[in-house]
Design a protein around this ligand. Structure first.
Ligand code: SF4
Ligand code: SF4
Length: 424
């Protein structure tokens, strides 16, 4: 194994750094016109840079400024796309993207036993993070409250799918149902929306806040329980492999990417950003926690975005890296660069002992021996981490990034001895 701890800790460190950078606006870092190589909603109060998809939409919508401005923007975009793609390919998906990190965390909630963590402690921490935002309006407190809300969701998912106790999902369903019912009462005017002080009441009487958090809790709870029941009968859908329906579903992300510019042009809207679930997670929810009483926006897009966000969270706990596999237009954008990018995984069949550990580890459901560096590979290096004989190696150009395993040659020698003995 290629020093798995080192590779894994490097990847997790980079993912955390990218996440912190992406919300640096929370502590007052000014927004720049730099483009992230990963997906993050520029409408987020914490965003300090622009998402490429948002730039494409603006390029289309600002055609009235004249071809010069549009060509300059497209030139800037294309230049950066090609530069980032040529160096990293889809590596940013595996190593930097906060959305990918979110899905990795969901995977661990499902599969890693958190033995020393008591559910009641997580619950109390969540409440402690949420309460300050209820008393005082601040963007930073809004983000902390958002983290608290996600911790509650995570607690429900982990309790249901790892500890196999329906109660976690059931509590999420109950919370979600109460919030959705309250939203309906507010929408119909049976309860008067109360958008002023005292501040805590603004949450319970904000249609957008109750609806948004309610939908996420409800769909996450329902899907957790449904997966638990499904698993008992038909196995876990989480590690779907490439082939069959998977092969048909994966091109959807290319259709989404190709439709963004024409749809923005025809509708005159930010066709993807207005409804995208990532914006819901990193922009809409922190904004609602920050100022629920002041939220203003297009109500039609708001509810589509709320549904999409809830579906995104449900997909994240149903299929490992489901968003990256089927829907992410940015992944689709970097995918064609994978074959030629400097950052890549190399496979040496002469060192392979057919142990299949790499297939089990791949979050994208690939067979790394045949499909590494293809358009579906996110260059995460998880196959490299588990390969016992260094048949898979992570590289940047000619430079090897994964350290050689001290036992690789010994394991390979033993394997060849056993194989040779068997064939005699
Ligand atoms: S083939 Fe390897 S590098 Fe590519 S996605 Fe799968 S585990 Fe990650
Ligand atoms: S590439 Fe490595 S992990 Fe994959 S089957 Fe071969 S020896 Fe096993």
């Amino acid at each position: 194994m290629a020093s798995p701890t080192t590779l894994r800790s490097r990847r997790i460190s980079l993912q955390i750094i990218a996440l912190v950078v992406s919300v640096a606006g929370v502590v007052g870092v000014k927004a720049t016109s730099l483009i992230y190589p990963y997906f993050f909603c520029p409408a987020s109060p914490g965003a300090v840079a622009a998402c490429p998809i948002w730039m494409i939409e603006h390029g289309v919508l600002e055609y009235h400024r004249g071809f010069g401005a549009v060509f300059a923007l497209i030139g800037y975009l294309l230049g950066l796309f090609i530069l980032i793609g040529a160096i990293f390919g889809r590596g940013a998906c595996g190593w930097a993207c906060p959305v990918g990190f979110f899905q990795d965390v969901m995977k661990h909630l499902r599969t890693t036993p958190l033995k020393n963590v008591k559910p009641i402690h997580v619950f109390l921490i969540s409440i402690a993070l949420i309460l300050p935002a209820m008393a005082y309006s601040s963007m930073a407190l809004g983000y902390l409250a958002t983290v608290g809300f996600y911790l509650l969701i995570a607690l429900g998912v982990h309790t249901t799918l790892k500890r196999e106790r329906v109660v976690g999902g059931a509590l999420l369903v109950l919370l979600g149902a109460l919030l959705v019912a309250l939203t309906l009462l507010l929408q119909r005017g049976i309860i008067e929306p109360y958008r002023i002080h005292p501040r805590p009441l603004a949450y319970l009487t904000s249609i957008e806040f109750t609806g948004f958090t309610g939908l996420i809790s409800l769909l996450t709870g329902i899907s957790s329980i449904a997966i638990l029941k499904y698993r008992e009968r038909r196995g876990d859908p989480f590690r779907l492999r490439m082939g069959g329906k998977e092969r048909l579903a994966r091109p959807v992300k290319y259709f989404i990417l190709l439709s963004i510019a024409p749809l923005s042009y025809v509708t005159g809207t930010l066709a993807f950003t207005d409804v995208d679930p990532v914006g819901g997670l990193v922009a809409t929810l922190p904004t609602l926690f920050y100022q629920p009483e002041l939220w203003r926006g297009n109500p039609t897009f708001f509810w589509i975005k709320a549904f999409n966000t809830a579906l995104f969270v449900a997909l994240s706990i149903t299929v490992y890296r489901g968003w990256c596999r089927y829907l992410c237009p940015l992944g689709a954008l970097w995918a064609p660069f994978n074959r030629t990018s400097l950052f890549r995984v190399e496979y040496n069949p002469k060192r392979c002992i057919d142990c299949n550990l790499c297939i089990k580890a791949c979050p994208m459901g690939l067979d790394p021996r045949k499909q590494v560096n293809t358009a579906e590979c996110i260059m995460c290096g998880k196959c490299v981490e588990v390969c016992p004989t260094d048949a898979l190696v992570l590289k940047l150009g000619r430079r090897r990034l994964s350290r050689p395993s001290p036992r690789a040659d010994l394991i390979l020698k033993r394997y060849e001895e056993v194989k040779g003995g068997g064939s005699r």
